[in-house]
Design a protein around this ligand. Structure first.
Ligand code: DGJ
Length: 340
């Protein structure tokens, strides 16, 4: 093939991949349901995030496996399962999922390791760095009493891993628990995390290689006690859905809006509509995936926790539609019903 033809083919393929849009009316809609992979096995990916890369969706989540137990001596519902590491699944249509294996494996019997099965490894989110060509995973790392409160980072040359764990940090000395990562159109990436003992969230600009926090950060939703952050962009505005802090028990979501990721952020009401909207349909936010952002169409991902048997926690995936009144997440529609 001559060079000109090869270049044209590359441009065509790139455009086709960018233009790929999954049909919003055909999304898998779940409300507290299990999700199976293409071999019929239950998908084990909680507190999940999705990376869209080269036409493929990669789903990453916490592997929850084993007996749930209550950590003694805590004043809150500190139910735990062994930290099973982070799983990865891939899909081209968000409907059929292929299990890609364990993206980040935990260590066993090494209590001093951040990623030991006796620790907490939660809410993994992966972004791609186009300059370093590395896939970067950020996650919440904690001790079983949640006092460690740090952000862990791992890297891989492949979206499916294996990811190599690099260590954990308190960004600018600040606590970090529930978290997400947001990569903007300009290539800048931000870590968003519940901080200050969960009283206040923070947004921190990541370094250009996405591997460490910079000193540029802001305090947002101050003293609002929010967690489970999920950030997305619509037009020129940034949106952040969060939950209240009630352990594994459901509560009401709110959304906030900003002109820039570092804020200022203004908090608005509940984006959920319909039966059990005041409890986020008994689930808790984890990610918002752009499906057709130009049309304001997103997929809202949440976890319906089963705190007495965490392995049996299920998933709530609902359409999120931008409206003149802000984001709206309706209770489950018939799978074939188009969203108006
Ligand atoms: C709520 C958080 O959102 C979860 O990720 C988990 O950390 C639980 N709290 C623990 O109670």
């Amino acid at each position: 093939m001559n060079r000109c033809l090869a270049t044209l083919l590359l441009i065509f393929t790139t455009c086709a991949l960018k233009a790929q849009v999954v049909d919003f009316s055909k999304l898998p809609l779940l409300q507290g349901e299990t999700l199976k992979d293409n071999k019929g096995a239950a998908i084990n990916a909680h507190g999940a995030g999705i990376l869209f890369h080269n036409g493929v969706y990669y789903l990453y989540g916490e592997i929850k496996k084993g007996k749930t137990w209550l950590v003694p001596g805590q004043s809150w519902e500190d139910y735990r399962v062994p930290a099973g590491g982070i799983s990865c699944y891939s899909s081209r249509d968000l409907v059929s999922w292929k299990y890609e294996g364990i993206a980040l494996a935990p260590s066993t019997g090494n209590g001093s390791s951040d990623i030991d099965t006796g620790r907490v490894i939660e809410r993994p989110k992966v972004i791609y760095n186009a300059v370093t060509k590395q896939f970067v995973m950020w996650m919440h790392i904690d001790t079983r009493d949640y006092a460690f409160a740090r952000a862990g980072v791992a890297v891989s040359n492949s979206p499916t891993g294996p990811f190599v764990y690099r260590g954990s940090i308190r960004p600018n000395g600040q606590m970090a628990r529930d978290m997400t990562v947001f990569k903007d159109d300009d290539g800048k990436a931000y870590l968003i995390y519940s901080s200050e003992n969960n009283a206040t969230m923070q947004v921190c600009l990541l370094s250009t290689d996405y591997l460490s926090p910079t000193t540029r950060y802001s305090r947002i939703l101050v003293n609002r006690s929010r967690e489970a952050p999920a950030m997305f962009k619509y037009g020129k505005k940034y949106f952040l859905i969060t939950s209240a802090c009630t352990g594994w028990s459901p509560n009401q979501a709110t959304y906030a809006v900003a002109e820039r990721p570092l804020g200022p952020w203004k908090e608005f009401g509940n984006p959920c509509r319909g039966t059990d909207a005041d409890k986020t349909f008994y689930a808790q936010s984890t990610y918002v995936l752009p499906v057709d952002a130009a049309k304001g169409q997103y997929l809202f991902l949440a976890d319906k926790w089963n705190k007495l048997d965490l392995e049996r926690s299920t998933y709530t995936w609902l359409p999120l539609q931008m409206t003149a009144d802000g984001p709206v997440i309706p209770a489950k529609l018939r799978a074939s019903a188009p969203l108006r």
